[in-house]
Write a protein that binds this ligand. Structure first.
Ligand SMILES: [Zn+2]
Length: 282
């Protein structure tokens, strides 16, 4: 996720009501997401070979992505459409601004084979978005542009999602181990957020431990300089990679710039995450 904003962020986007709900929801989230988070990060730390790496243009920047199962995976769990890559030389089409959901309304359906456990996680995550952000996730009736939550097998990550508004049907994939916090993370991609560690200013805050990264996976740690960074860098963002993402040896692949370890957050939104989404959807 790239976050930057030089624009002034008004507190009016956050009502007292949503702040109150925040406290309640964070308490609920942190109790149910922790264990599975630790077991199954989105970008897992057990080796998963990158098989079909390709280069393409996204927002005018050359990026490396993985072609897998007929899809284009960027940074592990972000799916870029063929159209996005075809138009990738156009700077205005890239980054967090590629496409926003009209009016912040995101219509969704849940695949019939999802299972009640994951369906409950989706409901919790949807309630988080609807209570705290200016996006509204609304059950689909007959809208032609929508998200379907599909039940997916683990293939290098516990979930993945198309980035931003694509038009037509797009998907968020969740496996059986995913946590509520990681569902919120994947939905962040749907909203249009990239990963926090790929911000242009990340080297002021992070030290990438290149020697600990699995062979062939280093591209996942490149900066995405064509993105729009909104707000200050936020190491606690729900859109941060894990400290051990793509580790080949159990050692951290990401530390703080002062070489100390950080603790990941998948308990839910930080205030910075909410401000970022609301800056994108005023
Ligand atoms: Zn992600």
């Amino acid at each position: 996720m790239n976050k930057k904003i030089n624009e002034f962020l008004s507190l009016k986007t956050q009502t007292k009501k949503t702040i109150l709900v925040s406290f309640m929801m964070i308490a609920a989230l942190s109790s149910c997401s922790k264990n599975s988070d630790e077991m199954m990060p989105e970008a897992r730390d057990t080796p998963y070979p990158a098989e079909n790496l390709k280069k393409g243009l996204l927002g005018g920047q050359e990026i490396t992505y993985e072609r897998k199962n007929g899809m284009n995976f960027f940074q592990g769990d972000i799916v870029l459409s063929d159209q996005q890559l075809a138009e990738g030389g156009t700077a205005s089409k890239g980054g967090a601004s590629f496409s926003r959901w009209p009016g912040g309304k995101i219509y969704y359906t849940v695949a019939s084979n999802m299972g009640s456990i994951n369906a409950n996680k989706i409901t919790t995550a949807v309630n988080e978005y609807n209570a705290k952000t200016n996006t509204q996730w609304i059950p689909r009736t007959n809208q032609s542009n929508y998200v379907e939550f599909i039940f997916g097998s683990s293939s290098g990550s516990d979930g993945w999602a198309h980035i931003g508004y694509q038009g037509g049907r797009q998907t968020v994939s969740l496996d059986q181990y995913i946590s509520v916090g990681s569902v919120i993370h994947e939905m962040g991609h749907t909203v249009g957020l990239y990963h926090e560690h790929s911000r242009k200013d990340r080297d002021q805050y992070l030290s990438i431990q290149w020697n600990n990264i699995q062979n062939g996976q280093a591209y996942n740690f490149n900066m995405y300089t064509s993105g729009t960074d909104i707000g200050p860098f936020n190491i606690n963002s729900v859109m941060m990679y894990w400290p051990n993402s793509y580790s080949k040896n159990g050692q951290p692949t990401i530390k703080r710039a002062d070489n100390t370890n950080f603790t990941y957050n998948r308990t839910g939104f930080t205030t910075g995450d909410i401000n970022t989404i609301n800056a994108m959807y005023p």
